[in-house]
Design a binder for this molecule. Structure first.
Ligand SMILES: [Zn+2]
Length: 162
């Protein structure tokens, strides 16, 4: 596949095993052959192929064996779809992260030993948790905000590299 960045993102949103299968499908192959190449069971390979197919990253040709009556599947990856899939996934991550960031910067929350609640809930409970009996104190989310901001930066840099 094209670049290391695309491979790494695919491994992040699917898994390393999915990437290994995609690597094998630069030209058409039977699922049994992919399984043999990777030293994995054919049932595992079929599950991986089905995931990839659901995401439109592979396609197959089905043929019927006239003797046995069984179907065989010849798989190949859809080169043109991979970049698009990775871009869509990254854009979705950015949307999610930005909406979390908005929530974190806009809302004051409180927490005790066992949970984190909105200001209104803490107030209604007189700032005492009904579950653990501890006090609700204002939650300092600056570290969490820093984490989200740096994750946004990481994703943005991936988007630029693709
Ligand atoms: Zn509690």
């Amino acid at each position: 596949m094209r670049s290391d960045v695309i491979r790494n993102v695919l491994a992040e949103c699917l898994s390393e095993s999915h990437v290994s299968v995609l690597d094998k499908l630069s030209d058409e192959k039977y699922d049994e052959d992919v399984a043999a190449d990777l030293g994995l069971k054919a049932t595992i390979i079929r599950t991986l192929l089905n995931d990839l197919h659901e995401n439109s990253l592979v396609e197959y040709q089905r043929t019927k064996n006239k003797k046995t009556g069984w179907y065989t599947y010849l798989w190949v990856r859809r080169e043109g779809k991979i970049k698009e899939y990775v871009q869509n996934w990254l854009n979705f991550q950015l949307l999610e992260l930005n909406s979390r960031l908005e929530d974190e910067t806009r809302n004051v929350t409180f927490n005790c030993e066992c949970m984190r609640v909105p200001y209104e809930s803490a107030m209604e409970a007189n700032f005492r948790c009904g579950s653990c009996g501890g006090d609700f104190v204002e939650y300092n989310n600056s570290e969490l905000i820093d984490e989200i901001v740096s994750e946004v930066a990481r994703i943005n840099s991936l988007v630029e590299q693709i």
